[in-house]
Design a protein around this ligand. Structure first.
Ligand code: C2G
Length: 133
């Protein structure tokens, strides 16, 4: 059983997230998604989500290629998560290129190209300005 893990906020789930999750899942047999809690987002990423943690978790759990959703509560938990869940591959978008290379002593580390021209921030802007058709 080859286990893959990825981390993120996944607010207003969009095709960029789906592309990442699908490619991550295809690197193994099981995909764990660590979703940033509301507190972690506010404290560490200065992000206020549209959807609560509970809703973002439920939405991801509804995806057939997501096997387990756990909370991301701090930056330091990744090493422990890798050991606790027997992770073989850590995956994240290449906007984080190099940031998690310290995990290479425990598992494979894969940075995947982001999907262009889409982001939660951009979606929010389009809604606020009424520019989405
Ligand atoms: N992503 C992507 N393409 C996009 C937007 C996002 O591939 N157009 C990827 C990101 O690179 C990330 C995942 O989707 O791997 C989730 O993105 P966010 O919800 O923005 O997560 P982020 O704020 O980057 O949090 O500890 C790591 C952090 O929790 C990552």
């Amino acid at each position: 059983m080859r286990t893959v893990i990825t981390y993120g906020t996944f607010d207003l789930l969009h095709i960029g997230h789906i592309n990442l999750l699908k490619r991550a899942r295809n690197l193994g047999d099981r995909l764990i998604v660590a979703v940033s809690t509301d507190e972690f987002n506010l404290r560490e990423k200065d992000k206020v989500c549209t959807h609560t943690y509970e809703d973002r978790k439920a939405i991801l759990e509804a995806l057939r290629f997501v096997d387990l959703v756990i909370p991301e509560e701090n930056w330091e938990q990744k090493s422990t998560d890798v050991d606790k869940h027997g992770v073989d591959v850590f995956v994240i978008g290449d906007d984080w290129e190099g940031r998690f290379d310290f995990l290479k002593e425990k598992c494979e580390v894969v940075y995947l190209p982001r999907t262009a021209n889409i982001s939660t921030t951009e979606i929010k802007k389009q809604i606020l300005t009424g520019s989405c058709t």
